[in-house]
Design a protein around this ligand. Sequence first.
Ligand SMILES: Cc1cc2nc3c(=O)[nH]c(=O)nc-3n(C[C@H](O)[C@H](O)[C@H](O)COP(=O)(O)OP(=O)(O)OC[C@H]3O[C@@H](n4cnc5c(N)ncnc54)[C@H](O)[C@@H]3O)c2cc1C
Length: 454
Amino acid sequence: MGSIWWIRRDLRLRDNLTLQKALETPPVLPVFILDPLLLKNAPERRLNFLFQNLHSLNKDLQSRGSNLVVRTGKPAEILESLLKETSADQILAEEDFTPYARMRSVLAGSFLPLKLVQGQLGTHPLESLKSSGKPYRVFGPFKKNWLAHIQSFESIPAPALVPTLQDIDSDGIPMGGADDLFPAGEEAAYKRLEIFLRKKVEFYHLTRDRMDLDGSSNLSPYFRFGVIGLRSAIFRSLEILKDENGRKNLLGIDAWLNDLIWREYHIHIMYHFPESRTQNFRSVYDGLLWINDQSDFQAWKVGRTGYPVVDAAMRQLNTIGWIPRQSRNIAASFLVKGLLIDWRWGEKWFRDRLLDGDLAVNVGNWQRAAGTGPDAAPFDRILNPTRQSKKYDPTGNYIRKWVPELAELDKDVIHGPWQKRAKAAGYPKPIIDHKFATERAVAAYQAAKDLIKL
Ligand SMILES: Cc1cc2nc3c(=O)[nH]c(=O)nc-3n(C[C@H](O)[C@H](O)[C@H](O)COP(=O)(O)OP(=O)(O)OC[C@H]3O[C@@H](n4cnc5c(N)ncnc54)[C@H](O)[C@@H]3O)c2cc1C
């Protein structure tokens, strides 16, 4: 008798449908498998965050009479061995939707009593389809359907007790350094959610894109690992709306939910079109001639393009592993359209550094920036980095923080120091002229489209 709770992207005790189900057949053995294939590809910073969160989850479990069993190796083999060691009769895991996670589940489920529980998303990708049975490709109709179909979310508290078989061997959890900006653990994540909903969400629709303000939730790394659950985040935001004075948050919460749905949209797209992780979603651009200049790529990577806002974004990414959304948009647009460098190069660079790096969400956003995605802006919409900088960092404080060479410059000069011949010792001149880059990109994209007409 008993259940193995195979933890993957649900590093939390509350809002956990899988744990809730497992507790119906106790004792429950919480297991996390350090899969060498995944570890090999994950950047150190993200691994540290994972390890810190495992420690925190273990503490939370210990205070409930349980403990986390960690094993290293191939998931199916480890689960098979744990079934024998515990005499459990089922393995429960939250369904995970990345191509690799699906493969792991199929493999383990082919000979083990594995049951998948959908608790990660608002709707399962197979339940959110057009009336024709085909998946949505465009965000607007996807969102409309999603809103119509989400099940009502209830609040599931963390269990008071998790009865667990003792004396099951566990490998140690690697240490992993603490991250002051993103402290580990469910407690920290839900506290952050609460502060966001109490203090920031009211203005979210106005400030989320401001790079010089802290206007967004900063919850993406926690969503990435399921340290916070999507369903409880939505539940809590809807509760806030019902509070006295809650209506003042309506526009902010509406915008925030919209962004959470974008996340889900990208996960659905990757589920239905897994080839899009490396292939253009719109094959019309397959013939696009990327320039892929190595020295341009190098300048972009290290934040020395001569465009202050791009450089601030890249230096922040390299330093803390997280950047605001508008910084991501500007840096991505600059790489693919400004420098004509293949979006796959940028996608990999980002994913290898982001704490929240997630295949589906990252690829989806990169394809969107490149104009190759299912719901991308027209190819001739090219972000002007200087204009974007003035609009979304009007004080210049974002640039000052990350590009110290420009710290003394006034806000009228800092967005384009070369335009005013400002002195900025050690800071490079722009590696490309924006007007030239725009014309070149439009010509390249148009040529790719013309190619398929031949
Ligand atoms: C080129 C590019 C690459 C990106 N790569 C990733 C990635 O690997 N992982 C990742 O989690 N996000 C990615 N994003 C989306 C977005 O930038 C981050 O989720 C967001 O900036 C995180 O900050 P936050 O938690 O304060 O978000 P908030 O503004 O508070 O939004 C709340 C949550 O909504 C989700 N969200 C917000 N915007 C988006 C979006 N455009 N697409 C999908 N989900 C969104 C995130 O889960 C986020 O935590 C990328 C965006 C771009 C333009």
